[in-house]
Design a binder for this molecule. Sequence first.
Ligand SMILES: Nc1ncnc2c1ncn2[C@@H]1O[C@H](COP(=O)(O)OP(=O)(O)OP(=O)(O)O)[C@@H](O)[C@H]1O
Length: 228
Amino acid sequence: MIEMHDVWKTYADGTEALRGISIKVNPGDFVYVVGPSGAGKSTFMKLMYREERPTKGQIFVNGFNLERLKQRKIPYVRRNIGVIFQDYRLLPKLTVFENVAFAMEVIETPKRTIKRRVMEVLDLVKLKEKAGSLPTQLSGGEQQRVAIARAIVNNPAVIIADEPTGNLDPETSWGIMKLLEEINLRGATIVMATHNKEIVNTMRKRVIAIENGRIARDEQRGEYGYED
Ligand SMILES: Nc1ncnc2c1ncn2[C@@H]1O[C@H](COP(=O)(O)OP(=O)(O)OP(=O)(O)O)[C@@H](O)[C@H]1O
């Protein structure tokens, strides 16, 4: 569950990125966040995983009020949110296995559990045979699948994906979408910012459009609605 109540974000230089956002995303929802460049989509996403803090307003994720969070609860909240970026952000010197295992090591999961679970998610993203490869030895689509494996390995209730197909060709992008759909069907809530018109118009999920820092549309089975 994600809720925002009248959330505002003004950056240090005075840019008003968000101007009064209120939304509710229910468990198991799949939501596309669309809007023109600079509209505030990434800022909206960053607030949900606490990369940025709001200037005003309240944000609840998985029942936690992010603004009232005790320092020691932050790792617990982060563990329950998987984040996927346009540029993958894998650790270049670690193998595929190690990149995914890392997310479990930081929360001190026993070694044997890590091995079993990492191979399980690598199987899900169809990369078991690449477990020993380095990120540079993989294609863009494969790297994004590793990033997805890393995002889901701790079984988070919420997945935040900021333009996950932004660097990928159409066919590879569809592979990534199928995977995210499968993860959603297994119960995860997914919020995905995208400029991919074809994907949004084909999948027909909830669409939240942000323009000028405000919610311009919020439709079930919505459309992309822009020409780019
Ligand atoms: N750290 C920052 N400091 C100052 N201004 C920022 C910062 N990050 C973003 N902005 C500004 O806030 C506004 C919203 O940016 P944001 O990245 O959220 O937009 P976006 O909708 O994700 O854009 P895009 O589709 O191009 O990725 C823009 O005017 C941007 O220049």
